[in-house]
Design a protein around this ligand. Sequence first.
Ligand code: BTN
Length: 269
Amino acid sequence: MPLQLGKRAIAAGYRLTAFDSIGSTNAEALTRARDGEAGPIWFVTTEQTAGRGRRHRPWIAPRGNLASSILEVVDVAPSVAATLGFAAGLALEAALWRLSAEAIARSAGLDLNYRLKWPNDVLAGSRKLAGILLEAETGPDGRLAVVVGIGTNIIAAPEGTPYPTTCLKTLGLDVSAEELFCALSDCWADYRGIWDNGRGFGEIREKWLLRAAGLGEPVSIQSGTSSVEGIFDTIDEAGCLIVRTPDGKRVPISAGDVYFKSTASAGAA
Ligand code: BTN
């Protein structure tokens, strides 16, 4: 099966450029945006050699993993565009459940539990299965070009990371990058529609909170050299994580690595 869009993605007007191998699908999407590409268009590969992750970490996808970036050109402020990351996490989780449901029906012993981790990772159990990187810049027409890069571990998970990782193969799910991408493109069209240029973030937020890992539990958030500890209370209407600190304050966090303190294995992402 080649890399191809799902039916709902095609109906919603999405296009696809697939690569056998490329450095970074996010970098490619931003280059195309600078050249006037107005999207919406996916850039996808099953081998990424110079991928980038959050906080300037590398994200390499060996052959068989899925590296996908969607370019959307929008008329919203960068802070509103940033909330697309929550829609992306929901879309990927929905695609994973769609494919997992068939596998679970075939094999009763399969135990899969996907969760969303702030700001926009997808976990399987307490292990990182996928990461999402948003990058944005003003395009030649003055509009905001937003690239949502989604990296999913299909056949291999990175080792030596500061957090535990896994991949679909290790979980016992026999799904290819091509199958996952087809489902993801449909689910993205659904959640992009709900997001509705930020007007639907309230609904996205509610859905995200229902799927959130660690809600109501002790967390430590580290950003640079500073760290905040307390209870993960909620996310606010801007997507900030709200921590209830021991002195009763509710502190909004806009960026950082979250460590769950109740489970030793769930680290930063
Ligand atoms: C993270 O660090 O958790 C985010 C990882 C994002 C990786 C994806 S793979 C597709 C896209 N292209 C990139 O270079 N990065 C993103």
